[in-house]
Design a protein around this ligand. Sequence first.
Ligand code: HEC
Length: 174
Amino acid sequence: MKFLLGFVVALLLVAGGGWLYLKFGKLPVAASDPAFPMEEDIVKVPLKARIGREMQQPPFPASEEAFEQGATIYKDECAACHGLPGQPVDFAQRMYPVAPQLFKVHTKKKSAAKVVGVSDDDPGETFWKVKNGIRLTGMPAYGKILSEPEMWDVALLLKNADQPLPDPVKALLK
Ligand code: HEC
């Protein structure tokens, strides 16, 4: 009986302590606050695992037609946050997490290799992110906004963002 009582009191103390921490602990809630310890791992590990389980292969190969469709969709739906070639978006850097510029060269954290946007990711990974969005970030879920072929068009375009794109595609991305 005493043990049970002790257990219940301990539980209440932990719950109460947790609540006090949320209320007075100054957790980072502003976009401009620094990251929480291990915040990136807490978010990225389950995201990667989920995508690993659900990732699909593109149902059609990359083509100029797919790039053109993808570029039109990208400009309408994505460029406001993710920028166009040579035209980065200022506020993207002030979001938390930042909206990466998908036509810009950046240095990878782990390997220090240079990559353009997400061209080093599988198109299936990009497709998953576009379809489902990423919770607690500004990344919307497009599953009910774009059709599956449209999302593949964008995913294939972004996979090839590091390649010389055909002129009509470049013109659409201006
Ligand atoms: C309102 C702003 C906004 C719009 C619009 C938006 N995104 Fe995002 N997107 C984000 C943010 C913020 C992130 C970063 C999420 C994170 O760090 O986990 C992101 C992440 C991504 C990623 C993953 C990047 C990486 O490095 O792994 C891809 C791919 C992506 N978006 C593609 C798109 C595409 C394609 C569209 C249009 C169909 C789009 N996004 C529209 C804000 C946006």
